[in-house]
Design a protein around this ligand. Structure first.
Ligand code: UDX
Ligand code: ADP
Length: 464
């Protein structure tokens, strides 16, 4: 089976970069990325390729190369579905905010809408691929909708979870540790569909790194991978608190532990807490699935990863207040970094949002600087929490375009995203312009403590 036309529904952090790389590597396949969000599609089509809606190192160059050749961005979802042999579903699957499973289960309404739209439009057989992270057995639901509401067209459903991390998306797509494809490998049609997708990835990825499994294993592997990764961060963060009271240093502990080849050095960076669209959502989802099968101990085990993460964000903010003589009311606090990690403009579940919210509840005045996050996004993140009115957020929070300006006359600076540029700042100048004592809280272990203390800062780093 040779694929000529691909449609990807959802032009977000997953769909956009993934399709750009496939388009670059497979110039003979036409790829149309569609989205109902007109503004987003307009940005993807912006003649100035630096203005595409997602910031990822290396992405704009790939878009520049492929866009208009075999990569297209459009709001005409029906047309793209109709023309495609293969459809990727990359829409958002946020945690439910209502009804059964509220705050835990994945909200599958966007997925279901896609399935119904495909069923309505499709006039020939299609391979439909789940790219978004989904609860186990969603493929079965998809198939049910497609088979029962469709025009008699035959569908093969594949699960092809994305393992890219934001900030390194392009590198992760070009050189993935593995690609995982789940399909109905018991049947010939199923194997054909799996092979069609294997052939696409094999254009640039060694075949031994392309794993094929049944659909359920593929779906559950994605949740498991994210749960394991998040668990490592919560584990080292749990140790960071112990380090603070015992005089150990969490970076030294991480280095010593990571040298054990069974443990390995990656994902042991203590922080103010993990963020991002995946970790929390996927673990909550896992917990919900376990509970729904009455596996209480399994659910409790994984839930603790989230509890630890929430604790880490809260205790960082609480420590700031406590250190500053138990009050930050009316004090100016500069927040450096709003994105959930460096090299992305994504702020979903970023620790900075929760730290800022805590400080605002303590009536602090906040000034934020992030090199890639817009003012509009910062206000929208705070408004979304609903802790206070939009007006109150705009009154208490100022967003500026320069870190030095953010720190002027501040009582404290909180570094919450590990952007490289923060290492190179003129910290002496920042110190000189701050109120004294000048407090500096490093939530990322980015800064060198000795040098900062020598300048005169009251320096606090997580896990130290
Ligand atoms: C994650 C998975 O890594 C990726 O495979 C999956 O496809 C999507 O979810 P992402 O959320 O983009 O990717 O970024 P990741 O690098 O995993 O970081 C997640 C959060 O954990 C960030 O807030 C990061 O700062 C934090 N983190 C990560 C730490 O605090 N310490 C670490 O050692 C690693
Ligand atoms: P992710 O990180 O999973 O890529 P995003 O929120 O960045 O998530 O992107 C998902 C995109 O899917 C959004 O741009 C949203 O507008 C789009 N989307 C959601 N539902 C549909 C739909 N039914 N048809 C087309 N696009 C959709």
């Amino acid at each position: 089976m040779k694929i000529k036309n691909i449609c990807c529904i959802g032009a977000g952090y997953v769909g956009g970069p993934t399709m750009a790389v496939i388009a670059q590597k497979c110039p003979n396949i036409n790829i149309t990325v569609v989205d109902i969000n007109e503004k987003r599609i307009k940005q993807w089509n912006d003649p100035d390729v630096e203005k595409i809606p997602i910031y990822e190192p290396g992405l704009s160059a790939i878009v520049k190369e492929a866009r208009g050749r075999n990569l297209f961005f459009s709001t005409d979802v029906d047309k793209a579905i109709d023309e495609a042999d293969m459809i990727f579903i990359s829409v958002n699957t946020p945690t439910k905010t209502y009804g059964i499973g509220k705050g835990m289960a994945a909200d599958l309404k966007y997925i279901e809408l896609c399935a119904r739209q495909i069923a309505r439009v499709a006039k020939n057989d299609k391979i439909v691929i789940e790219k978004s992270t989904l609860p186990v057995r969603t493929a079965a639901a998809l198939k049910n909708i497609l088979d029962n509401t469709g025009n008699g067209v035959k569908y093969q459903i594949l699960s092809n979870p994305e393992f890219l991390a934001e900030g390194t998306a392009v590198q992760d797509l070009l050189n993935p540790d593995r690609v995982l494809i789940g399909g109905d490998i018991e049947t010939e049609k199923g194997r054909e569909a799996v092979n069609a997708l294997v052939d696409i990835y094999a254009s640039w990825i060694p075949k031994e790194n392309i794993l094929t499994t049944n659909v359920w294993s593929s779906e559950l592997s994605k949740l498991t991978a994210n749960a394991f990764l998040a668990q490592r961060v919560s584990s080292i963060n749990a140790m960071s608190q112990l380090c603070e009271v015992t005089g150990a240093d969490v970076d030294e502990v991480a280095r010593a532990v990571g040298k054990d080849s069974r443990i390995g050095p990656k994902f042991l960076q203590s922080s103010v807490g993990f963020g991002g669209s995946c970790f929390q959502k996927d673990i909550l989802n896992l917990v919900y699935i376990a509970r729904s099968f009455n596996l209480q101990e399994v659910a409790d085990y994984w839930e603790q990863v989230i509890i630890m993460n929430d604790h880490q964000k809260r205790r960082f903010a609480a420590n700031m207040v406590q250190t500053m003589y138990n009050t930050v009311a009316g004090k100016k606090i500069a927040i450096l970094g709003w994105a959930f990690k460096k090299d992305t403009n994504d702020t979903r579940e970023s620790a900075a949002i929760y730290v800022a919210d805590y400080l605002l509840n303590e009536q602090a005045e906040i000034v934020v600087y992030d090199p890639k996050v817009t003012e509009e996004q910062i206000y929208s993140d705070l408004d979304y929490l609903g802790s206070r009115s939009g007006d109150a957020n705009r009154q208490a929070v100022t967003v500026v375009n320069d870190s030095i300006e953010a720190c002027e006359e501040a009582h404290a600076v909180a570094l919450l995203t590990e952007w490289d540029e923060f290492k190179e700042l003129d910290w002496q100048k920042i110190y000189d312009q701050m109120l004294k004592p000048a407090f500096l809280f490093d939530g990322r272990r980015l800064l060198e403590p000795k040098a900062k203390k020598k300048i005169g800062f009251e320096f606090y780093a997580i896990g130290n």
